[in-house]
Design a protein around this ligand. Structure first.
Ligand code: 13P
Ligand code: SF4
Length: 361
């Protein structure tokens, strides 16, 4: 794969895919429409417009032996059209670590691509959207963690995976939405520092009450912080009046008040699986309290008629990546689309991720 800077980088969205025959485009559009499985939004004409992009991306992936990882919140054209692995942040960090390919393209926000680099430093990790940040990872610096450690010497520090490599390098262990309760419970002592998600930290503190004190931080996911327990209660009452028994599924980045009102709490992948399971058991009135990508996946993958009620909020960072960005990064990545981290940072951050894998399994 060529890695040099193109002489005049194309603006995003202006990448011209290779020319394909009408037959090739027709066949690819039919495949896309089937796998995306949302006929009204992704009709055959729309699928024809993206077919040349997915054709060339899939061709380049094969020619250059690239493993394309996408988080569940990426758009359906990426999730179903070009990704080799789609899941939550825990599973995707393992997929990156275990992939035999020497090049990984991570379609998601920056901290996930950095995590892929930390767990597999010898691989080339491409991140098509350098501006795709995250309000949680932007809320804390390595210096903030050092300051907390000096204020509470000897207290174990756990950080949510939604953090920079530099922050991960300062802590004892990383956690994700699928293992934070289990891992934090297993840490030694009667106090822990938990950064940076204050809403997850609040929920964690309730879970550990009487066993451990949680020293919390003040970060938030701007998407999940939008939801309130009050909104859920009012939806439950309204739908109950129509004889509907609402199933409420929420992500642990929501407020503790939302969590208390929810039937199921879990990572993006757990919510997808649980919504599909509920649908197959005839419990089809489902409210997904999370980013819209989870509902897109459930809609695409459910074999049952589901009534996905009310609410989802879109993450502007997760939705920054387009097929054009992926194609451009595969053809000729700009330097800021190749994840480079300091060796020492990688070594230290790797310890906190290894500790996560050890304690989570
Ligand atoms: P998951 O690990 O549940 O996919 O969460 C990542 C994330 O950024 C949710 O907002
Ligand atoms: Fe960050 Fe929230 Fe977006 Fe996830 S949904 S990437 S936590 S801002």
């Amino acid at each position: 794969m060529t890695m040099q800077m193109p002489s005049a980088p194309l603006p995003r969205g202006l990448v011209t895919p290779k020319a394909y025959s009408n037959e090739e485009i027709e066949a690819e559009a039919k495949r896309l429409q089937k796998v995306i499985n949302q006929g009204t939004l992704w009709d055959i004409e729309t699928c024809k417009t993206i077919a040349p992009l997915t054709l060339e991306i899939n061709q380049l992936k094969e020619e250059n032996d690239v493993f394309l990882i996408a988080h569940s919140y990426q758009t359906p054209d990426i999730v179903y059209g070009v990704a080799d692995s789609v899941s939550d942040s825990y599973s995707l960090s393992k997929a990156a670590r275990d992939a035999p390919q020497q090049t990984i393209l991570f379609s998601s926000v920056r901290f996930m691509a950095e995590t892929a680099k930390i767990v597999s430093p010898h691989k080339t990790v491409l991140h098509p959207s350098p501006d795709a940040g995250c309000t949680l990872s932007d809320s804390i610096t390595a210096e903030d963690v050092r300051e907390l450690k000096s204020r509470y010497p000897g207290v174990p520090v756990a950080c949510y995976i939604n953090t920079t490599a530099e922050v991960k390098a300062e802590v004892d262990v990383c956690v994700t939405s699928s293992n934070y309760l289990k891992i934090c419970e297993r840490l030694p002592g009667d106090r822990i520092i938990f950064v940076p998600d204050q809403l997850m930290g609040k929920h964690l503190a309730e879970h550990l009450a009487g066993k451990k004190e949680v020293i919390n931080y003040d970060g938030e996911c701007y998407v999940h912080a939008t939801f309130t327990g009050e909104k859920i209660r009012s939806w439950r009452n309204r739908t109950a009046e129509q004889g509907i028994e609402l199933q409420v599924l929420s992500h642990p980045e929501c407020d503790a008040d939302v969590i208390a009102e929810s039937d199921i709490v879990g990572s993006s992948e757990v919510l997808r699986e649980e919504a599909l399971r509920l649908g197959s058991e005839g419990k089809s009135d489902i409210m997904l309290i999370t980013e819209c990508g989870t509902a897109d996946r459930v809609r695409a993958e459910s074999e049952n008629d589901l009534n996905l009620i009310g609410t989802c909020v879109m993450c502007r960072y997760m939705k920054m990546t387009q097929l054009e960005d992926i194609l451009q990064a595969l053809r000729e990545p700009h330097p800021d689309q190749i994840i480079e981290l300091d060796d020492e940072i990688i070594q230290h951050a790797q310890r906190s991720l290894d500790e996560m894998f050890r304690l989570a399994e």
